[in-house]
Design a protein around this ligand. Structure first.
Ligand code: ATP
Ligand code: ATP
Ligand code: MG
Ligand code: MG
Lengths: 463, 463
């Protein structure tokens, strides 16, 4: 007499949309802007395109409905994939080992879904891939039960000129008065670490915010890499073997993984006491468990490649901190690439001190992950755990609170260990926590040198 | 040249298992015990059965693998549904408006998946539904690509005696030395609010922990209810209309919703200027948006029914606090049912003071949601936000820190607003935050009365 049923992924994320950040109209307005802007930046700077992003948020008079449009000059979307990209939950071009803001295949669909259930209105998409001669238009809703797109309208026409990119419009119930400051902060913090982007926003109050491009060069984009043997489990091995044409275990290891050349494969197989010539497709579950365990434990694989990453770099961090905070001193540190569970990551920390920064009871913390500004859940983030004066001995660096100090942290990885699918805070994975602490100490040492020097100069003046 | 793909729900939760609490071997061992115990309790006390739960965790010698077995005397599982219950992600008997610990259709599948990918071993299930004459046995793995169960073995035999219930065994890589204290704390805190349950645990160190049944009566179980009109959106309306045989809008409102009788339906339709006789199956999206908005705004629906809830009650909370903390004073408050977005909820708060409680810098907070103990992410939980001395004026109640004080909070609802699918902290929904604060003040006032009285007695003694 118990009734059992299943849910499609779209039904699941509809039921529990608050877990993706769509908890109330104000927060949903914020999250919608985020999801569209993060997709726009992923379609540009990842490919070396200097982003031109425009964001328009208009209130529909007499209602609490908002039309949000984000347009970019990115790579566009092949029209064959547009319906699923906007109408199928868990559909993505970012399910791969390459740093990007998006990763879940969920973001824009949540915005489409929230619009659909609060206003009944579909998403409208214009897109033209680079090199395409046409512009494509779609009006899409989601069949929430089946997790399939419903194409209400589609059209295309030949393109005049060279425009390429994508323009997305969703209409949702929102609350601008409550969301305003966070949305503005999010866009500003996005612009700070993307000085190579031109960003324009028009908000429901009619205000225009303009962040001009101040750097003419996009940093080198990340490149997709193969998995690293330290990240395996039995399932990943099965997936890799299934799609591999290799006839021997040795060939398979060399072809499927990064950091495994012929010599390394031979040494590993010798040490693990495995036959190099066995056909990987014939391995039993027991042998796979053994192989996975040995791969994870082997110490002599080359570290995971940082080719898949695209850090900000000290120049961008220092320039960004200078422009928003107008400090008297700024320093930034970019650590060498490290890895956790086979995923490469780079930690970067910037410190800004004095100048126009007011004296605060705790450091002003500006968190970033894969270039995304994180504005919520600060106290449960690993960056706060490291920077917190209860855990970091700031006095040793001549900083005692209240003090005029801000810290910027950036974690980039092929897999940022977010605590939730709303991408608001990062879990305290030990390797990452350690790197943050090392980076913070490095930057704090330079701050201390500056403060010592400043003290000396002031004492010299006094005499 | 961009490649797009979709993921099944099992692939998605495999890729991002840390978001469900399966982030490392220690945490995964904790989460596995949780998921199995919460299923066992949901199969018993929800149905008025006095729970007998046994938990065995054994380490497989020479490995870091742990075999975890949880057995209960619950309602069992119909064998037709066992494969999907254990082998299909997003499959559940708890997708309904009735308070239960489970709700996502994910928990046991995550444990099965984690075992499968770390040890290669399947889950083993014995079950016998109440009234069934047979015991059923299954050995199951998950086809992660297709999100379907793989039945490796199945058997059944006729039952001797009256046993009913379920026994689940998973084998995972774990880390008992790191997980030990949390697992013990979780079981202890579970037993504290379930004095009607007999719980036995044998751990890998060979220790036996036994919580006897000290209350002979199970609290009244929750009952499934229909949705409340304040919880609607366009999608919910569409789902309800689709499965409704009602021929008029008025009939539909009465039949589909709780709290809507004939008179209420007539008044609502009059006020919303809608035709009571229109066939709901013919409503356009625009009309549905209007209807949803009007239903949410209408002020005169009866409040959501608390039949769907099963609070702990002050006796259980006080007894539980007395037994673990041995305080000199204890008080508990159970608030009246309230609602947020159509979901009924009840907030309960208990305070324990003095006695064997040590003086602490901040209140010891014991959080519960739908009778589940929450042990992680305290600082991002709404309960901490309310109880935090920075937000609550404890001095007004004659408590100044350090002080020997513990606070138990319990939120029960047809939809607890968890912040993540790992069920570790609750979001600060305004209605719930408000009720927590009211309950805390109510309990703190009784504490203050006790402290005043105690002060008077001490001063009387001194003279
Ligand atoms: N502005 C855009 N330009 C190009 N492609 C886009 C754009 N917006 C969305 N897409 C495509 O649609 C896909 C789905 O987007 P969606 O936001 O749902 O998921 P995601 O970005 O891959 O992951 P996440 O859920 O983390 O945001 C993307 O992977 C991308 O291929
Ligand atoms: N010990 C048990 N006794 C009876 N039924 C069970 C038991 N364990 C699991 N089930 C059934 O299997 C289903 C799936 O369990 P699962 O833990 O995956 O999801 P859930 O409990 O519904 O939700 P959650 O993901 O929040 O735990 C349950 O809904 C229940 O019907
Ligand atoms: Mg996205
Ligand atoms: Mg469960």
């Amino acid at each position: 007499k118990e009734t059992y049923r299943s849910m499609s992924p779209s039904q699941f994320f509809y039921e529990y949309k608050e877990i993706a950040g769509f908890s109330n109209p104000a927060r949903s307005l914020y999250q919608t802007v985020r999801e569209l802007v993060e997709n726009a930046l992923d379609a540009t700077d990842v490919y070396g395109i200097k982003p031109d992003i425009s964001i328009v948020i208009e209130r529909i008079p007499g209602t609490n409905q908002y039309r949000i449009t984000v347009e970019d000059n990115g790579i566009g979307i092949n029209p064959d994939y547009v319906p699923n990209a906007f109408g199928q939950v868990l559909f993505s071009s970012k399910y791969k080992l390459r740093q990007s803001r998006g990763r879940f295949g969920l973001g824009v669909k949540m915005a489409v879904l929230y619009g659909q259930i609060t206003t009944g209105k579909p998403v409208e998409v214009y897109t033209s891939p680079i090199g395409s001669k046409r512009v494509y238009y779609f009006k899409i809703k989601i069949d929430i039960e089946k997790n399939k797109p419903i194409i209400l309208e589609k059209a295309s026409w030949s393109k005049r000129g060279n425009w390429h990119g994508t323009r997305v419009t969703v209409t949702i119930v929102g609350d601008w008065s409550r969301a305003r400051s966070r949305v503005h902060e999010y866009i500003r913090r996005t612009a700070i670490v993307a000085p190579y982007a031109r960003i324009t926003m028009i908000d429901p109050d009619g205000n225009i915010v303009y962040y001009p491009r101040i750097v003419d060069k996009v940093p080198r984009g990340p490149r997709e890499v193969k998995p690293h043997p330290h990240g395996v489990d039995i399932e990943l091995l099965k997936q890799l073997i299934k799609s591999s044409k290799a006839r021997t275990l040795k060939e398979f290891l060399i072809e499927a993984f990064q950091s495994v050349g012929r010599k390394t494969a031979e040494n590993f197989l010798k040490e693990a006491q495995l036959d190099p010539n066995i056909d990987p497709h014939t391995l039993t579950d027991e042998q796979l468990e053994y192989l996975a365990r040995k791969l994870r434990e082997y110490k002599r694989f080359r570290a995971p490649s940082a080719d898949a990453l695209s850090p900000l770099g000290p120049e961008i961090i220092e320039a960004g901190l200078k422009s928003i905070l107008k400090p008297e001193f700024v320093v930034a540190v970019t650590r060498k690439p490290k890895a956790y569970e086979g995923h490469p990551f780079i930690v970067e920390v910037g410190i800004a001190y004095g100048g126009e920064i007011p004296a605060l009871d705790e450091p002003l913390l500006l968190r970033y992950a894969n270039k995304i500004p994180l504005l919520y859940d600060e106290k449960s983030d690993v960056a706060w755990k490291v920077v917190n004066p209860q855990n970091f001995d700031w006095k040793q660096y001549l900083v005692s609170f209240p003090a005029p100090i801000a810290v910027l942290t950036h974690i980039c990885s092929t897999k940022v260990p977010y605590k939730g699918i709303g991408k608001e805070s990062v879990a305290d994975v030990p390797e990452i926590e350690h790197e943050l602490r090392m980076a913070l100490r490095e930057a704090a040492r330079k701050l201390r040198a500056y403060l010592l020097e400043k003290k000396r100069e002031e004492e010299a003046k006094r005499r």
